[in-house]
Design a binder for this molecule. Structure first.
Ligand SMILES: Cc1ncc(COP(=O)(O)O)c(C=O)c1O
Length: 344
């Protein structure tokens, strides 16, 4: 832990420097005080246990492997220059990629939407993914980042026609296990002023390299003392979070946003499917912060962290301020769906 980024409360407990010292945060600070192997990242749904093996991973770039510190992309890469690319975060579980077909569907749909020719078939890309984890002797507790940009440009510019040659494709596979403390104690959210636009501005179903509006939202939430940002749509209804999808339980019903202003998260979709298959009332519909503040449970979803409880939104404690029974049940159902998928 970085203790410089913390301050000492009169109670003697260290809390994050910018955080408001609510009882939940103080409890969490006490918990994390005893942990020795947290990542250097601030506390988020993407906080991971530090794994020294990642120092020695090999990264796949356009068909060749490079040691981590040798893995480089041109300064003329269109992803670097203008955020022109699409990507996926995929989980390797028991040697298999969970929901690989869904990830490839989303990647190829995004590439088609931005008129980017990946240049590899789904089978070829799957072979590259498998080769990467085999090369690194990986089987479990692995998170893979697959990135495709339009390729190297002849000069820094926006125009796609300035890309010479094919796309740049990179596969980074890392030993990465979600921090159990985050799952145990949950995260806090702050509703950012940054809204999620509709497809007339930027289709939120594009998992694109341009993440600046999410980064700005996250910075605002962090400065307000929360872990991550909750984002509204242009009508003021709840849309999603900066890097995950949002759910809450209101009057016994599982609510998530309409789907028009959020990434079509694969974890989100699987949670909705298992809820429906198990008789849990759920709806993809507009709802407001009033529903959130009075909800009995809330959680966020994403491939890396699975289901992570939300214990506070804008300083309001949600439910009992800890993981609720619906979240626990849905996580179990989700994990069973992961097992079923890799066995299929
Ligand atoms: C903005 C955003 N929302 C949600 C998610 C979660 O999506 P998934 O469940 O497919 O990992 C991600 C992950 O890439 C994301 O970037």
């Amino acid at each position: 832990m970085d203790f410089i980024a913390q301050r000492r409360e009169p109670s003697g407990v260290y809390v994050p420097r910018r955080a408001i010292a609510t009882p939940l945060l103080i409890q969490r600070a006490q918990d994390s005080f005893s942990m020795t192997s947290l990542s250097t990242m601030e506390r988020t749904t993407h906080s991971a246990i530090v794994d020294d093996r990642n120092e020695h991973i090999e990264i796949w770039i356009n068909g060749e492997f490079f040691a981590r510190h040798e893995a480089k992309i041109s300064v003329f890469d269109s992803g670097f220059l203008v955020g022109d690319g699409v990507w996926e975060g995929i989980r390797l579980h028991k040697g298999k990629f969970a929901f690989l077909n869904r990830h490839l569907d989303r990647l190829y749909a995004g590439a088609a939407a931005i008129d980017l020719d990946i240049g590899l078939s789904r089978d070829e890309l799957s072979t590259a993914l498998n080769a990467t984890v085999e090369r690194n002797s990986m089987r479990d507790g692995v998170h893979v980042r697959l990135m495709v940009t339009r390729g190297n440009k002849t000069t820094p510019s926006q125009h796609p026609s300035n890309c010479a040659g094919g796309p740049n494709i990179v596969i980074i596979a890392e030993h990465k296990t979600a921090d159990p403390e985050v799952r145990r104690n949950g995260i806090t959210l702050f509703t950012t002023t940054v809204r999620r636009p509709g497809p007339e501005i930027l289709d939120q179903r594009l998992n694109c390299h341009s993440k600046l509006h999410e980064v700005i939202a996250l910075i605002q939430a962090n400065k307000a003392g929360a872990d991550e940002a909750l984002m509204l749509d242009p009508t003021g209804a709840v849309a999603t979070c900066n890097a995950t999808n949002f759910f809450c339980v209101s009057n016994g019903k599982l609510l998530t946003s309409s789907g028009h202003y959020n990434l079509n998260g694969i974890t989100r979709q699987v949670v909705l499917e298992v809820a429906q298959a198990n008789g849990i009332r759920s709806g993809e519909q507009p709802f407001s912060l009033t529903d959130v503040y009075s909800s009995t449970e809330a959680f966020v979803t994403g491939t890396f962290g699975g289901l992570t409880p939300v214990v506070e939104v804008d300083g309001r404690v949600i439910g009992a301020g800890s993981e609720g029974p619906m979240t626990r049940r849905l996580r179990d159902l989700y994990e069973s769906a992961v097992e079923a998928d890799i066995e299929s």
